[in-house]
Design a protein around this ligand. Structure first.
Ligand SMILES: [Zn+2]
Length: 259
């Protein structure tokens, strides 16, 4: 399996990173996609992807890192510079994670939109898939994607927890997969019922570790080995085997990222 979204380079894993990676591999997780956040954490992400060749870095500026950030244009320039300077060791597999997040504040929507749009352009320029973060910003995100319709935009709607209507809308706007994580195991989320109506060819698995921990470990730190609980829940929702879910979602992710 491929964990298409995991922050294993973060300090939460400092003490036992080797054990976490060993448990993941024992659970059948073979590739780990590392989403970039901002200049504060790029170094840790590079360090991890150099040490573990099955950890594949993305590059991007996260929308919440634009909030209250007078230097956001310089931070965006750094993303451009890093994408341009890609060498064999540090090639990037995606422009991510990028998008819009109006949960914490709506004050920087204009700035977030500017940064998101530029990064959609970069994904097209470098022919890389996007990994899009959306929180309390579905309408605004669809508006941005609408402006790029027909230009070959592709990628993943990360931590998808929305409804079938938005699933169908996004599919009309580009070649998108949908990242399903621990929320699918939360009874009150209703996500399992939504997933039952989504095509298996449109789904990829993600933990978003250390966040969004699936049941039965909800409330504790998340880690990539817990991908099996997400896989099993999707299988149950769709009435198929976990092996089918694992094999199709792996193919979806491998094709998208070219891994
Ligand atoms: Zn993330």
């Amino acid at each position: 399996m491929i964990d298409t979204h995991t922050h294993v380079y973060e300090p939460e894993f400092e003490a036992d990173r080797a054990e976490v990676m060993a448990r993941a591999e024992a659970a059948g997780v073979e590739v780990f996609m590392l989403p970039a956040i901002d200049r504060e954490s790029y170094g840790r992400m590079f360090e991890m992807s150099r040490k573990y060749p099955n950890c594949k870095p993305m590059m991007g500026l996260h929308p919440t890192s634009v909030n209250d950030n007078p230097d956001y244009r310089e931070d965006l320039a750094l993303v451009e510079q890093l994408l341009k300077g890609t060498n064999e060791v540090d090639r990037f597999y995606s422009v991510g994670e990028v998008g819009l997040d109006l949960y914490w504040s709506k004050e920087w929507q204009r700035e977030q939109t500017e940064v998101f749009e530029r990064q959609v352009e970069l994904s097209l320029e470098y022919d890389l898939p996007l990994v899009i973060h959306v929180r309390e910003a579905w309408g605004a995100t669809l508006d941005v994607l609408e402006r790029f319709r027909g230009q070959g935009v592709r990628g993943i709607m990360h931590a998808f927890t929305s409804n079938v209507e938005n699933y169908r809308k996004v599919k009309r706007l580009g070649d998108f997969k949908f990242g399903i994580g621990g929320v699918v195991t939360y009874k009150n989320s209703g996500l399992a019922a939504t997933v039952a109506e989504m095509a298996l060819e449109d789904l990829v698995l993600e933990t978003d570790a250390p966040y969004l921990t699936p049941v039965p470990f909800r409330g504790k730190r998340n880690e990539p080995s817990y991908l099996v609980y997400i896989c099993e829940k999707i299988a149950e929702a769709k009435g198929i085997s976990p092996e089918q879910v694992a094999s199709q979602t792996t193919e979806n992710a491998a094709t998208l990222f070219g891994v």
